[in-house]
Design a protein around this ligand. Structure first.
Ligand SMILES: NC(=O)C1=CN([C@@H]2O[C@H](COP(=O)(O)OP(=O)(O)OC[C@H]3O[C@@H](n4cnc5c(N)ncnc54)[C@H](O)[C@@H]3O)[C@@H](O)[C@H]2O)[C@@H](O)CC1
Ligand SMILES: [K+]
Length: 513
C-alpha cells in the first residue's frame, strides 16, 4: 500500500459524505477554513504578527460553492488575527449550499464585507501580501470563462504568494488538466483537504499547485478506502534498498545487457550503459545494433559488443535494457525479437517501444512474460502503444498508464511532469521528483540504465521502476539546486548524482532498520 496516498475525487466525496453524516453541520468547513488560515499565516510569516498584521493585506477570492465557503471561514479567521482582508465574493445568495451560507453569514458578522462583482482590475489594483484562491474546488464542472477567467489571469500575473484551497481553481483534481482548456490558478501553495489528490502532482498539476500541503480535517482513517494510488516515497521501494554483503563478487550484482545504439544513435546506448554501470550493475554489456566502438573511453569497464553476436537464448543473470537508439529497421526488429525471447528481467524503451507498437508478435512476447517487463514510454510512445492520440494520453495520464500496464501486462512508466508508474493490478504511483532539467536529449536513456541496473541487482520490477524514476528525478533536483540546471543540464551529468543518491538511500535505510 502506498505510504503517501492519493485519492481521486470520487473517494474524497465518499469520505466527506460519510464523515458529514456523523458530524454536526459546518464542522468540516470550519476545520477546512481553520487549516487554510493557519497555512496563510505561515505563508505571511508568523513572526511579529501582532505588530505588523494590519500591514499585510490578503485578497480572498470566494466562489459560489463550498470552496468559497472554506475561503470565507479562512477570511474571518485572518481578520480576527488583525490581518487586513479584502474578500471578493463570486456567488449568488439564492444558490448557496447550506454550509457556504453559514460561512457567508459568519464572515459578515465578523465585520467583513464580501464584495460582489469584483473584477480583474480590482485584483490587479493593489500589492497584496497573499491571495487565497477559494473560487472552485472539486465541484468545478466546466472551463472557467467569462469575467472569472480574467480574474484568474490577473491573479496569475501577481508576484505575491497564492494559496489555493483544496485545488487550484480551474484544475481537474483527478487528471491534472486545466478543465476544458479554460484558465486555472497558478498557486505557490495548495492546501488539499481530506486527502492529497493525483491531479495536483501530474500533467499541468505541478505547475498549478506549487507546494502541496494536506489537511485531513481530522477525519478518522476508517473512513478512507484503501488507496490505489500514491505519491512515490523511498519507503515504497525500501525493501529493495539492501546493503551489500561483504562476501560478494561481480556476479552478485547481475549483468545488464543493453541493446540499441544503431549507427548515428550510439550515444543513447553509451549513456544508458554508463548509468547501468554507476548504479551498481556487476557487469555491463552494450550490444550495438550498429558497428560497436572498441570501447567506451570514459568507462572502459563497459563491454561493447556487436548485438548480432549476443546469444539471448543463454541464461542472462541480470537484466536486459532494450531500445536506446535501437532504430526501427528490419535488423533492429530481428534483434529485438531475439532479445524479447529471453526470460531475464527486462526494460523496454524508445525504439524498442516503437517496434512493439508496430509488430503484434513483439507485443505478444511482452504480454506473455512470466515476470512483467518495465515499459518506459514518453507520452508520444504511449500513444503509439495504445493506438491513440498523444492528447488523449495526456488528458488522463493515470488512466493511460493503467491501461498500458493491463494491456501489456507490464510495469508501465509514463514519463513527463509527474511520471506515472502503474502495475497490471491497477496500483499506480506518481513520482514527485524531477524538474524541467530532465527535458533534454538522453535523460530517458539514463533512466533506462539506472532502472536496468536495479533490475540486474534483483530488484522486483515494481521497485526498480519506482526507485529508478525517483532517483533519476532526485538527481536532477539536486543538480538544479546546485546550479547545474535546470538550464543546460547534460543528461550524462545525472549519472554520478544518481549513484550518490542510490548509495545515500541504501545507507539511510540500513541506519533506520
Ligand atoms: N461539503 C463540505 O462539507 C465540505 C466541502 N469542502 C470544500 O468544498 C469544495 C467542494 O464544494 P462544491 O461541491 O460546492 O464545489 P465548488 O465549490 O468547487 O464549486 C461548485 C460551484 O461552482 C459552480 N461551477 C462549477 N463550475 C463552474 C464554472 N466553470 N464557472 C462558474 N461556476 C461553476 C457550480 O454550479 C457550484 O455552484 C471542496 O473542494 C472543498 O474546498 C470542504 O470544506 C470540506 C467540507
Ligand atoms: K480553489
Amino acid at each position: 500500500m502506498p505510504f503517501h496516498p492519493l485519492h481521486p475525487v470520487s473517494d474524497v466525496r465518499a469520505i466527506e459524505s460519510a464523515a458529514l453524516a456523523e458530524l454536526p453541520s459546518f464542522t468540516l468547513m470550519q476545520r477546512a477554513g481553520d487549516a487554510a488560515a493557519a497555512a496563510a499565516m505561515s505563508l505571511l510569516g508568523n513572526e511579529a504578527v501582532a505588530a505588523a498584521a494590519a500591514e499585510r493585506s490578503v485578497l480572498v477570492l470566494a466562489g459560489p460553492g463550498n470552496n468559497g465557503g472554506d475561503a470565507l471561514v479562512a477570511a474571518a479567521n485572518l481578520a480576527a488575527l488583525g490581518i487586513t482582508v479584502e474578500v471578493h465574493w463570486h456567488g449568488k445568495e439564492d444558490a448557496l449550499p447550506p454550509d457556504a451560507r453559514i460561512a457567508l453569514e459568519r464572515a459578515r458578522a465578523a465585520g467583513l464585507q464580501p464584495r460582489a462583482g469584483a473584477n480583474a482590475v480590482m485584483v490587479a489594483s493593489r500589492r497584496w501580501s497573499l491571495v487565497i484562491d477559494g473560487l472552485f474546488g472539486i465541484g468545478l464542472r466546466r472551463a472557467i470563462d467569462g469575467p472569472l477567467r480574467g480574474i484568474v489571469e490577473a491573479v496569475n500575473a501577481l508576484a505575491c504568494p497564492v494559496l489555493a484551497l483544496d485545488v487550484p481553481s480551474g484544475l481537474d483534481a483527478d487528471t491534472g488538466n486545466v478543465v476544458g482548456g479554460g484558465a486555472a490558478i497558478r498557486a505557490t501553495d495548495t492546501i488539499s483537504f481530506i486527502a492529497d489528490k493525483p491531479g495536483l502532482h501530474t500533467g499541468a498539476g505541478r505547475d498549478h499547485a506549487g507546494r502541496v500541503h494536506v489537511a485531513d480535517l481530522q477525519i478518522a482513517l476508517g473512513y478512507f478506502p484503501e488507496p490505489r494510488c500514491g505519491l512515490t516515497q523511498p519507503s515504497d521501494f525500501a525493501s529493495s534498498l539492501r546493503p551489500r554483503a561483504q562476501q560478494s563478487h561481480k556476479g552478485s550484482f547481475g549483468d545488464t545487457v543493453l541493446v540499441g545504439g544503431a549507427a548515428g544513435m550510439a550515444g543513447a546506448l553509451v549513456l544508458a550503459s554508463r548509468a547501468a554501470l554507476l548504479c551498481g550493475s556487476g557487469r555491463v554489456i552494450a550490444a550495438f545494433a550498429g558497428p560497436p566502438p572498441a570501447y567506451d573511453p570514459l568507462h572502459p569497464e563497459v563491454m561493447c559488443r556487436d548485438g548480432s553476436h549476443i546469444d539471448f537464448g543463454a541464461a542472462i543473470k541480470g537484466a536486459l535494457v532494450l531500445g536506446p537508439g535501437l532504430g526501427t529497421t528490419p535488423s533492429a526488429r530481428d534483434l529485438l525479437g531475439r532479445a524479447l525471447a529471453s526470460e531475464a528481467a527486462m526494460l523496454v524503451d524508445a525504439d524498442g517501444l516503437n517496434l512493439l507498437s508496430a509488430h503484434d508478435d513483439l507485443t505478444a512476447a511482452v504480454v506473455s512474460r512470466a515476470t512483467p517487463a518495465v515499459l518506459t514510454p514518453h507520452p508520444l510512445e504511449a500513444a503509439r502503444l495504445l493506438k491513440t492520440e498523444v492528447g488523449r494520453v495526456q488528458a488522463d495520464r493515470l488512466a493511460a498508464a493503467r491501461t498500458l500496464a493491463s494491456r501489456f501486462r507490464c510495469i508501465a512508466v509514463l514519463k513527463g511532469s509527474g511520471t506515472v508508474i502503474a502495475d497490471p493490478d491497477g496500483e499506480a504511483f506518481i513520482n514527485p521528483t524531477g524538474n524541467p532539467a530532465l527535458a533534454t536529449g538522453g535523460s530517458g536513456d539514463v533512466l533506462s540504465g539506472i532502472t536496468g541496473a536495479l533490475l540486474a541487482q534483483g530488484w522486483p520490477p515494481r521497485d526498480a521502476a519506482l526507485g529508478g524514476v525517483w532517483i533519476h528525478g532526485r538527481a536532477a533536483d539536486e543538480l538544479a539546486e546546485a546550479g547545474t540546471g535546470p538550464v543546460g543540464l547534460a543528461a550524462g551529468e545525472l549519472i554520478p548524482a544518481a549513484r550518490r543518491i542510490l548509495n545515500q538511500l541504501i545507507h539511510l535505510h540500513a541506519a533506520s532498520r
